[in-house]
Design a protein around this ligand. Structure first.
Ligand code: TPP
Ligand code: MG
Length: 694
């Protein structure tokens, strides 16, 4: 069947026409950009077509509908598949203020600007750029991990908010994974967790095309994926030909009928290589087809060879009549249901609405503890646990847990009704991620894009195990709260394998990320307040294992200064301090100690507590100058981490006390002496700095 712009077809031919439209849009966009490869969208076109057109409960006219099915393209390099679907189904653009516009999220014009500056069609799908991109994907395995968090979120929302006769949440999550996703460790962790939790709302579609970038997947991948997933506790089914729409529909139906575990659909497909003579080629496929291949390919589709970005008549109408009509009907029914729900359960409805807008409930910060001065004090992880338990009682959708270190991270919600999230109780607020840091991080992002307020804990050193998810949280602006405890060699006997050194400066380098290392229990309260009020990026709370003094705030400045990132905690009289001592976290009290000794000697010192560089950098120049006057050049920084970056604050005449090597396994008091984290060291550095500045 030859296609021209006038062709009108029906039935199976219309299906084929739509599928080939997806394919040729991908081919033309990649060719025009001269970047990327259309192979995966070409192979997956029928898979996406069948899913969106026949099954996805999604209203393109209201892409924010809270009960919509989620579609995740974990194989983010196939981004043109998603852009084509968003365009063809007519998904509307929603403004950052959550206003649904009449504009398309992805217009044909945007497809023509694939991979260009400021387009809505970047190389890999970015959730903050185009409406309908549910999560940012590209680093393989992450979308798969996110989708488990989305499934957890749906389970939690349904268990928490549904009432008899009012099933306001019952959506599903569909995720397309490639061989790469299946090879990445994070997806294995995530699949194991999903199987354990029996998340039957989760469907992964594995594009089994047996090829990766370097060549045949068999060069590096030969495990039995189906058996592996059966082992995880998933339902596994197979579609032996990606072009068989009946088989695909049968597989989706099997998923919908499976109520006790997640489903993996293995779809045997052929990556699009262009013309048939290149099928099963083992050559690398990371590039556009080239003009000649594009023609040959279009010829095999019966497509006009010279037409570019052709959307034949009937295609858009067909999508409108399929997913468009079904989605609108489902969403309108839901709107009715939700307005009745709102009348009957106004408080619950209010929570759901606020959550969607990322607002906090009234009184979210009531009953927060304040901590009396105490020379012995407490570990900041300890005070964090107390603050978290207070905040969580005020914010019902603050949900989280730890990667098997809940007792150490103090992340357990202990108040009545908090409960455990498990396969038999999806309403619990304590998640047990198991020893799966990376999947935890990916799931937290998935929970966050589902509008929960998630938190997750592990040892600070193991932030390395979930670093990619912090980066994506920052990029996609998800307000995830990380609770990192055991933040330095101060953890003692566990030794250098567990003692973070370079993590602090390296995480400070991640854009749009707030690193907060509070200096005592009352700074922890302020740090949590900041974390809760941050709505567009991750906050990393960096907390001590060991006890540190709770400062006397009648003698020193209020901990409210944390809100500015850095503040003058203790100050000598006079126009300018002779020396500025600055520190974060567990080293702040050392500076206070040194300050008192210097004061007794008649030296005018100032202590600057600096829990967050990022927040401090956002303050205006006058404030920064007031904290760190430029004419005060005698400066000392103290931090139990690599010193990288402190140069910015101590200047050329300053002194930095930090860690230049890995730590050691010993009781903390011995390490403290060995590595020189004592008042005496600070005093010596202060004197050196004063001398250098003269
Ligand atoms: C974490 C990560 N590592 C490497 C890449 C680069 N990369 C992009 S696509 C790809 C091959 C993926 O193969 P597969 O998932 O089978 O997709 P297909 O080539 O079949 O479309 C690789 C290695 C990436 N995007 N993410
Ligand atoms: Mg592949």
């Amino acid at each position: 069947m030859a296609v021209s712009e006038q062709t009108v077809v029906t039935g199976k031919q219309l299906d084929t026409l739509c599928i080939n439209t997806i394919r040729t849009l991908a081919i033309d966009a990649v060719q025009q950009a001269n970047s990327g490869h259309p192979g995966a969208p070409m192979g997956l076109a029928p898979v996406a077509y069948s899913l969106w057109q026949e099954f996805l409960r999604y209203d393109p006219e209201n892409p924010m509908w809270p009960n919509r099915d989620r579609f995740v393209l974990s194989a983010g390099h196939a981004s043109m598949l998603l852009y084509a679907m968003l365009y063809l189904t007519g998904v509307r653009y929603v403004t950052p203020e959550s206003e649904i516009t009449k504009e398309l999220s992805i217009s044909l014009d945007q497809i023509k600007r694939f991979r260009q500056l400021d387009s809505r069609t970047p190389g890999h799908p970015e959730s903050f750029i185009a409406t309908g991109v549910e999560t940012t994907t590209g680093p393989l395995g992450q979308g798969a991990g996110n989708s488990v968090g989305m499934a957890i979120a749906e389970g939690w929302l349904a268990a928490t908010y549904n009432r008899p006769g009012f099933e306001v949440f019952n959506y599903n999550i569909y995720t397309i994974c490639g061989d790469g996703d299946m090879m990445e460790g994070v997806s294995s962790e995530a699949a194991s967790l999903a199987g354990h939790l029996k998340l039957s709302n989760l469907c992964w579609i594995y594009d089994n095309n047996r090829v990766t970038l370097d060549g045949p997947a068999s060069w590096s991948f030969s495990e039995d994926v189906m058996t592996r997933f059966i082992g995880y506790g998933w339902n596994v089914t197979r579609v032996s030909d990606a072009n068989d729409l009946d088989m695909l529909a049968r597989a989706y139906q099997i998923f919908l009928n499976t109520k006790d575990r997640p489903t993996l659909i293995v779809v045997d497909s052929h990556i699009g290589y262009g013309s048939p003579h290149k099928q099963d080629s083992s050559e690398a496929h990371g590039e556009p087809l080239g003009e000649e291949e594009v023609r040959l390919t279009k010829r095999t589709y019966g497509w006009p060879e010279d037409a570019k970005f052709l959307v034949p008549e009937g295609v858009l109408e067909h999508f409108r009549e399929g997913i468009g009509r079904r989605g609108r009907e489902l969403r309108t029914q839901w709107d009715k249901l939700f307005s009745q729900y709102t009348e009957k359960f106004p408080q619950l409805a209010d929570q759901i609405n606020r959550m969607q807008r990322r607002e906090l409930p009234e009184g979210w910060d009531k009953n927060l503890p304040t901590f009396p001065p105490d020379a012995k004090g407490m570990a900041t992880r300890e005070s964090s646990g107390k603050v978290l338990n207070a905040v969580a009682q005020n914010v019902p959708w603050l949900v989280g847990g730890s990667a098997d270190l809940g007792n150490s991270n103090k992340t357990t919600l202990k108040f009545e009704g908090a409960g455990n999230f498990s396969a038999t109780s999806y309403g619990g607020r304590n998640l047990h991620f198991g020893v799966r840091e990376h999947a935890m991080g990916a799931a937290l992002n998935g929970m966050s894009v589902s509008k929960l307020r998630p938190f997750g804990g592990t040892f600070f050193n193991f932030s390395d195990y979930l670093r990619p998810t912090i980066r994506l949280a920052a990029l996609m602006e998800t307000p995830v709260i990380y609770v990192f405890t055991h933040d330095s060699i101060g953890l003692g006997e566990d030794g250098p394998t567990h003692q973070p050194i370079e993590q602090l400066p390296s995480l400070r380098a991640v854009p749009n990320t707030i690193v907060l290392r509070p200096g005592d229990a009352n700074e922890v309260v302020e740090a949590w307040k900041i974390a809760m009020q941050t709505s567009h990026g991750p906050v990393l709370l960096v907390l001590s294992r060991q006890a540190i003094p709770t400062l006397d705030r009648t003698k020193y400045a209020s901990a409210a200064g944390v809100a500015k990132g850095a503040y003058v905690l203790a100050d000598a009289p006079g126009p300018k301090p002779e020396v500025i001592l600055m520190a974060s976290g567990s080293e702040v009290y050392l500076c206070v100690d040194a300050y008192e000794k210097l004061k007794a000697e008649g030296v005018n010192a100032r202590v600057v507590s600096m829990p967050s560089w990022e927040i401090f950098e956002k303050q205006d120049a006058a404030y920064k100058e007031s904290v760190l006057p430029s004419n005060a050049t005698a400066r000392v920084s103290v931090e139990l981490a690599a010193t990288l970056g402190w140069e910015r604050y101590v200047g050329s005449k300053g002194q930095m006390i930090g860690m230049q090597r890995f730590g050691a396994s010993a009781p903390w008091k011995d390490l403290q002496k060995k590595f020189g984290f004592t008042t005496d060291t600070v005093l010596a550095a202060a004197r050196k700095a004063i001398a250098a500045a003269k």
